[in-house]
Design a protein around this ligand. Sequence first.
Ligand SMILES: [Zn+2]
Length: 472
Amino acid sequence: MEPSENTNKKPIAALLRQYPRGHVIAAGSLVLGLSLLLAFSSSEGTSSSRQSQPIALKLPDTGQVLELEPASLEAQPPFEAAENSPQPQAPEPEPEPQTLTYTTFTVKSGDSLSVLFKRAGLSDRDLYELIDQAPEARALRRIMPGNEITFGLTPEGELEELVYQRDQLRSLRFARQDDAFASEELERTPDVQIAYRRATIDSSLFLAGQRAGMTDNLTMELAGIFGWDIDFILDIRRGDTFSVLFEEHFLDGEKIGNGPILAAEFTNRGKTFRAVRYVSAEGDANYFTPEGRSMRRAFLRTPVEFTRISSPFNPNRRHPVLNTIRAHKGTDYAAPRGTPVKASGDGRIKLAGRKGGYGNTVIIQHGQTYETLYAHLNAFHRNIRSGVRVKQGQIIGYVGSTGLATGPHLHYEFYVNGSVRNPVTVELPQAESVPSSELARFKSQVQPIMAELEQYHRETQLASVGNELRVN
Ligand SMILES: [Zn+2]
């Protein structure tokens, strides 16, 4: 989340002053903290009036309380002073904050905002007022069953505050501020713990993962990391082992999900592969060997999930529609119409348009050496047009049969230095290693992680040796 301009302008003090259900302000995200600082530093020299209370931010990780004092307070806004009353020396004391009554509703299937407002004792007029005054309230139209909405009402029954809990971590809050509603997005930071699992494959990768207490998603992620070196359908053998170090996320002591895999090791038919996650200086997360070589190739072998190869690469083929000998310069992957087609590598779109018998075609230029071509597309992805940069795996279009094609399929061509190659057999270059300028940063980031993986590894080995000794 980036601090948006809006965030900086919100009267955060008012929003933080009260929190329903007596929670400590969980605005622990550093991003919000940062945006607060930005808000105050940018307030110098501007003429907005602000609350005078210091703002306490409790960081959930450390329990540290951060107090922020607004740097300077503007003069009181001009107001009609009652006649004869002396000019006040100091700003009037703030009126006591009203005591609000908070009620939380869980959205049920079939609930609309209007229904929820009625349940809270409010009218459609209140709802329109909120949506009219706070553009962010449009997000409320996407409420889903299970979401929670908290209403804070004055003793007179007027809406003063509304909190929409989008998910376990993010909430959107609206608070009446003068004559309008101000909004604020709050994000909680989960507590992160490192977890370790190790398994030996007996029959299948997924069963081994499940036995080790891994979710199928986590196992899939693991397979994705090593999928460039190991064919998980053909290469897996009984006795293969793997271990994985990953993040587990907790909120108020309850597990809410897994974070990324931090490091993993896979031994396939006696050969061991190691991977570690590294977040580059630019913020991109990727997996590398502990030496800094990329775990992935610069190109996907196949840019589409296909049912079969309907026509292989063949320089001397009789064309099925033209019935003449004409090289088949690519591989045809049969797939249902509409199947997403992915960019096989990072690059720049050279063409996204009609190209004779190829029909709707995308050509991607990958650096100086490589080019890939995707033909007969039913449609292009809406973000795809000439000149646009794409990432490996990004959807560029959808399988179709435009141009000269007998049925829906992707015709895929692969060029190296201008000459066409068989996409199925061409040697795919490794994706870029960690640049040498970043190697020191890489080492300092990944060495402790690899050491931790090793440590767990030794401990479990010792434990299993101990078990065997006990059994025998
Ligand atoms: Zn073809």
